[in-house]
Each structure stands twice: as C-alpha cells, then as structure tokens.
Design a binder for this molecule. Structure first.
Ligand code: GTR
Length: 324
C-alpha cells in the first residue's frame, strides 16, 4: 500500500514531468563561438525568458555555426526550422531592402550615432521591415566597425588596395563597396574565409576586431588597417512561425527580454573589442591606425546611388544622415 508521502511524491514528479513535456526550447543560431558577446547576450536573454515563464520557455544557443552558415540559417529561420537567429544585417540585404541602408559604408559617423539611429523610430521601422519576409525583428546588437585585413602588405592609403582580393559577406552592397575601392570582392560564407586566406585563394577580408581575432583570421592575415568602412548592426530575428505559436503574453516576454539583452551585449562588446585588439597585437598583427578616410568615403558615392534606389530608401539615407 502507498504511504501518503509516496503518493504526494509521485504526484510531484508527475507535475514536473508534465511541465517538462510542455516546456519549449527555442533554438537559436549564431556563427560565433561560445563566449562571444552575441552568443552570451542571447543566452542571457534565455535566462530572463526562463525566469519570466517559470521554465516554460527557454533558449538554447547553437553557437559556432552548428546550424549552418548565415545565409542558410536565415532560410531555415524563415521556414520555422530555427526559432531565433542572431545575424549581421548584411546577409539580409537581398531579402529586406531596408537593411541595405544601415549596411552602407560610412553611413554611421560613429557607434554612438548608430545607437541614436537604431534605438529610435528608424530602428523600429527597420525591425518591422522583416515581418513580410516571415521574420520578426527583435533587437539590434553592436558589431563595432569593420576594417580591412590582408596577408600581403600594410594598406596605408586607398591606392594600396589595388588588385587585392577580399572576401565580403554575401551581399551585393559589399561586393560593390570593395570593387569601388579598386580591390576585388569575393562573396563567401564566414566559415570558409580562414582556409581561403591560408591557401591564397583570397588576400584578406574585412571585419571588426572580435571577429578578426576569434575566427583566427589574424593568424593568416597580419596587416589590419582601421579604415572603419562599415558600422553594420547585428540583428536578432525570430521565425514568424515560432512567434505566431506563442501567446501574446509570451510574445511580450520575448520582446522585453530581447531589449534587456541589448544592454548586456553592448557591455560585453566593449570588453571583447579591447581584449581582441590586445590579443591580435600581442600575436604579431601590424595595426595601421593612421589612415585618411576621406578618399574611402568619396569612393562610396556610386554604392549609395545603386542601393538607395527608391524615394523611400533615399529618404532613409537622408534621415540617418540628419540624425545628430
Ligand atoms: C561578423 C558578424 C557575423 C558575420 C561575420 C561575417 O562580424 O558578427 O554575423 O556576418 O561578421 O563577416 O560573415
């Protein structure tokens, strides 16, 4: 015969099991390794979501491109195979035209300018532009400023870029950007860049210090010129299918937790940027900081003309530039 306490214990276990059965784990993708600021930020968001839902909903971050390269994971997120995805805005340029504008070279004067634009109504407008493409834009993270690195020679002026082959993210905006600077662009997934530089298929690539460091690219491309041509925000999106399956209350929790994680990510980003710069310098990177950016900025005029090609997109450029 069962003792009352055993019955209570069995009931308790049954309740736990049924919670576990109802518990939902949202799968989130990131190309970066564990510990990278974007990965840590989505894990932090997951902790907030778990706490706010008493464990009903949690987030598991599949870092290090475990779910695939960015272009493929974007498609999987649109189809609801992946629930959440932290990606650069760059790979969305073909799908979501509004994302081209904050991906234009030198559109932001500084990270602070980028924050003022993306934290306000313009940022909200760009997040909303994902919805017709089966994605819900949740938040923007920092991605610092991207600069050129290569294995051949120090770039001290725009003329030094001539003839070099650089990998870019899979977006025509960046192909035209590099070609307009007199170099040659090769679009390629992030995970293929290291061996492409090592084997001489390309001479280099362009990225922010944390990516240059943690991807190992600094080992094979030791000349890093801080021309800072792109301040492209990172974005966290959710599959619309996964979103629609949530109650309005849970959707609100997801939005709130994503917003909270932005503060967390920015703090982690600043630390990582400093640590990565120190690490690559210690490992022998030659950093070229003295560079006249004006010729780079001037060379970008045709890129603006090509990609800000509707009155709406031109207006978006003007509003970003007019933001103090
Ligand atoms: C990084 C960014 C990634 C990815 C990568 C790349 O800075 O965080 O999302 O876009 O650059 O160059 O492919």
């Amino acid at each position: 015969m069962f003792h009352f306490k055993s019955i209570a214990a069995i009931a308790g276990v049954a309740a736990l099991l049924s919670t576990a059965a109802n518990a939902q784990v949202l799968r989130s993708s990131d190309t970066h390794p564990d510990g990278y600021p974007t990965v840590a930020a989505v894990q932090y968001m997951g902790d907030l979501v778990s706490a706010a839902t008493d464990g009903r909903i949690s987030i598991e971050v599949f870092h290090s491109a475990q779910l695939g390269e960015e272009a493929d994971t974007i498609e999987q997120t649109r189809f609801g195979v992946i629930d959440l995805n932290r990606v650069s805005l760059g790979p969305f340029n073909g799908l979501v035209p509004e994302t081209r504008i904050p991906s234009l070279p030198y559109i932001f004067r500084s990270t602070e300018h980028m924050h003022r634009v993306m934290d306000g109504p313009i940022g909200d407008e760009i997040l909303a532009a994902f919805e017709p493409h089966d994605l819900i834009g949740l938040a923007f993270y920092d991605g610092g400023a991207r600069s050129f690195y290569n294995s051949q020679r120090p770039i001290r002026s725009i003329d030094d870029l001539a003839g070099l082959k650089f990998r870019v993210m899979q977006s025509d905006v960046f192909v035209d950007m590099v070609n307009s600077l007199g170099a040659n662009a090769t679009p390629m997934p992030y995970g293929e860049v290291y061996s492409a530089i090592q084997t001489g298929v390309i001479d280099g690539a362009e990225n922010n210090p944390p990516s240059y460091d943690t991807s190992g690219h600094a080992e094979v491309a030791k000349y890093y010129t801080l021309d800072q041509h792109l301040i492209v925000p990172e974005v966290l999106v959710m599959s619309k299918q996964s979103w629609d399956a949530l109650s309005p209350e849970d959707q609100e929790i997801i939005r709130w937790a994503a917003r909270q994680s932005v503060h967390y990510q920015r703090g982690a980003w600043d630390n990582q940027e400093q640590a990565s710069m120190a690490a690559v310098i210690a490992a022998g990177t030659e950093v070229i900081t003295e560079i006249d950016k004006q010729p780079f900025i001037d060379a970008m005029a045709p890129v603006y003309e090509t990609y800000a090609d509707t009155p709406e997109l031109r207006d978006l450029v003007a509003r970003i530039q007019a933001t103090p």
